[in-house]
Design a protein around this ligand. Structure first.
Ligand code: EPU
Length: 417
């Protein structure tokens, strides 16, 4: 196991390139299962979750070839096979194998997903969707067995706005007979990305990015080439880090519209932001105003940026209230930030953060975004070295983190723990 060492106190300066979106990639890779011929994906991030998904597809009989950040998935040898354990337990998004295998083969047996468990993350809405499409779902020793004689389009109202359930239903429904309508669908850009890929594969999906998605099922889908959208969470994390270190950073290869909520909040604090076509320049200031932040579903402030934002809010004057309306208990970073001198009180689904100077400490990342928040906190510390363990979580979502931060002038390195 490795740990991240951060000698903070240096403003980040320069340009950082943002790679493809993790949460798109891990839905687009299994989507290839629905195709009869090879699918090529460009702009893939070099992340452990992507590597695990590659292995999952190989276990199912497909052949994956890499060329730089491009992956070609040859699905000619693909078959459905029970996957109750092993790699499926290593990541949350293995649940997309359920929708994809169900759509392609009418059957899937997949172990309940693993991944970042910052709080219980039910998948009842995914199951509700599969059942509405005509599948029978049983839980056999911790693995879901999903089987349908025939998948038929249906009208599905999601009780909770869920990214995973929306995508999983889209996957299965794109090979069902007839039309499926998802009401109260999630609107995240990653959903539009999946719909774009499926449509390039020959599916007929309309309304992705709105709360009503219409999917006309097709008998067969075919291969295509698709470029993954930039990772808005990675981009938002660097924007927040630039502000927290009072730096001056151009975050490049982004879609600024996907970052509107974080841009608006940073501006409200007093950070100077300049938007270009495909990049955003963040210029930090000596002093920041406290603000209230509510993490909501898209286009609201992303829950995945809530923990990074906590670290920035320790740098503001006065008291900020940061509430998470997506995951009410996603605050495992707070005790660690407190060890670094942060003044944060938890109340119901909110963190009440009073501005304070942070100091170096040994802290532990308990999940991906909690890890990002500790890195940002460490970058603000003026004396001493902050040690962050649990780097394997951070590696799930931030490729080339040490190189990127070093290129921006930070003193960051990895050591064996
Ligand atoms: N929910 C249910 N039932 C369900 C599904 C979700 O009650 O069947 C609840 C969840 O407990 C949560 C809310 O609905 O309170 C939203 O969950 P959602 O299903 O949207 O989350 P997810 O699809 O499992 C994805 C990302 C997360 C991100 C959330 C919210 C992937 C693999 N993960 O999770 O990303 O936080 O959407 O935007 O796409 C991360 O990148 O660090 C990460 C955790």
């Amino acid at each position: 196991m490795e740990k991240l060492m951060i000698a903070g106190g240096r403003p980040l300066r320069g340009t950082v390139q943002i790679s493809g979106a993790k949460n798109s990639a891990i839905a687009l890779i299994p989507a290839a299962i629905l195709s009869e011929t090879a699918v090529t994906l460009d702009n893939l991030p070099a992340l452990s979750d992507v590597a695990i998904y590659t292995e999952l597809l190989e276990e199912l009989g497909s052949t994956v070839e890499w060329s730089g950040d491009r992956m070609s998935i040859d699905v000619s040898g693909l078959r459905s096979k029970p996957m109750p354990n092993g790699n499926v337990k290593k990541l949350r998004a293995s649940y997309y194998l359920m929708g994809a295998l169900l759509g392609r083969f009418g059957e899937a047996t997949i172990g309940m997903p693993g991944g970042c468990n910052f709080e219980p993350r039910p998948i009842d809405q995914h199951i509700k969707g599969f059942e509405a499409l005509g599948a029978q779902v049983t839980n056999e020793n911790g693995a879901l067995h999903i089987k349908a004689k025939e998948l038929r389009g249906a009208k599905i109202y999601l009780d909770v706005v869920s990214v995973g359930a929306t995508i999983n239903i889209m996957l299965a429904a794109s090979r069902a007979k007839g039309v499926t309508i998802i009401e109260n669908a999630a609107k995240e850009p990653e959903i539009i990305d999946v719909a774009t890929l499926l449509n390039s594969m020959g599916a007929r999906i309309k309304g992705a990015g709105t709360e009503t998605i219409r999917i006309e099922g097709m008998d067969a889908l075919h291969g295509c080439r698709h470029s993954i959208i930039p990772d808005r969470i990675q981009a938002g994390t660097y924007m927040i880090a630039a502000a927290a270190t009072r730096g001056d950073v151009v975050v490049d290869n982004v879609i600024p519209k996907h970052l509107e909520a974080v841009t608006a909040k940073l501006q409200e604090m007093g950070v100077h932001i300049y938007e270009m076509d495909e990049s955003i320049r963040v210029v930090g200031q000596p002093e920041y105003e406290s603000v209230d932040v509510k993490a909501l579903v898209y286009p609201g402030f992303a829950t995945d940026l809530q923990s990074p934002m906590s670290s920035l809010l320790t740098q503001a004057k006065g008291v900020s209230i940061l509430s998470d309306f997506v995951y009410s208990n996603r605050f495992k970073h707070v005790p660690e930030l407190t060890r670094m001198g942060a003044n944060i009180r938890l109340e119901s689904r909110s963190a009440i953060i009073e501005g304070s100077k942070l100091s170096a400490a040994k802290v532990k990342a308990t999940d991906l975004r909690a890890g990002a928040s500790l890195v940002i906190a460490g970058l603000t510390v003026e004396e001493g070295v902050t040690e962050v363990t649990g780097v394997e979580y951070i590696d799930r979502g931030y490729d080339n983190l040490v190189t990127n931060l070093s290129n921006l002038g930070a003193e960051v390195w990895r050591e064996n723990d």
